[in-house]
Design a protein around this ligand. Sequence first.
Ligand SMILES: *Cc1c(COP(=O)(O)O)cnc(C)c1O
Length: 397
Amino acid sequence: MNKESYIKDAEESILHTYNRFPVVFDHGEGVYLYDTDGKEYLDFAAGIAVQAFGYHNEEYGEALKAQVDKLMHTSNLYYNEPIIRAAKRALKASRMDRVFFTNSGTEAIEGAIKAAKKYAFTRDSHAGHEIIAMNGSFHGRSIGALSVTGNAHYQEPFEPLMPGVHFAEYNDLDSVKALINEKTCAIILETVQGEGGIYPAKKDFLEGIRALCDEHDILLILDEIQCGMGRTGEMFAWQHYGVKPDIMTSAKALGCGVPVGAFFLTERVAQKSLAPGDHGTTYGGNPFVGAAVDKVLEMMEREDITGHVKEIAPYLEQKLDELVEKYDFLTARRGMGLMQGVVCEKPVGQIAAKALDKGLVVITAGADVLRLVPPLVIGKEHVDEMAAKLDAVMAEL
Ligand SMILES: *Cc1c(COP(=O)(O)O)cnc(C)c1O
């Protein structure tokens, strides 16, 4: 079948919730993808910050295959060994105390919201608590996660959403302070805003929020679904700041292609939070995803992935800065580690499409940001190739 007929079949059968680029990817190797026509693409999107090790990593593939042959699923009515190994590694990497595995990022957020509400319910012996979230945030598409996502366009058709959510300005501590009342149970934010346009939290903002939380016994929920798992040069971005969350969410690169998420609690919060009967999942944390998460974390640790990111990221920043310098419609670069955004005054969707034509996968964030979230294993030669291709795209605008 040719590309056009694949796309025609897709558009006739799959619900049209995405305006997709006209590419059908067939396989991947390292940091390259290949479409059904055999065309090669350098991948600086990693399936939206998922494929930390790129494609066709043999050690990872072998671990999955072995688990497929052994045991895929049993339910959470029983223990299974791979997820126990994965949990131990995840707690070590996150410096948190308790973990609950989910099937996606949005479900991790749902769990985090419930955990915060239950904590406040236990403390106060009544319900009716509220949450502070940030404008420009993205936490997922299910109703709870959508309720704390500060994007009116995403929310409007689905109102009424979960009540009791108030939105502050990201990196504006006073705007958060102004919203705190006796009902507030949690403040939720991404340590680095992703979909909203790649905005890292300022240090004093995060420290200020931590202090507010401590003062009022409010829980700090940090969403590390996109910025976590080594992407910024620490396993989780908050580890740059010396500010620890009470609840943290992860997903995306946690499974490197296997759908899995997680929310983490400190022991102090866990003691007053979700108990038997409060929360559950059929698939979450099954043996198959356990093998995936265990292997991903083992490889990240052994190969010192954060050390590699710290080494390569300044070179990526330098190359992007050169482009920003060269083209006056590129107005800024911002980000942390291998999570970078270039602010652009020309339509970014068009730029991403042109880049695809030239064999480079990049994505966008917000209305005017070109987003680069490559596999964490990229080398300097890949940064050079990306910069040359992006330069060629810009030159045509
Ligand atoms: C992608 C993302 C989510 C949602 O994760 P899904 O797996 O798509 O449900 C939540 N928060 C952040 C910061 C994300 O980047």
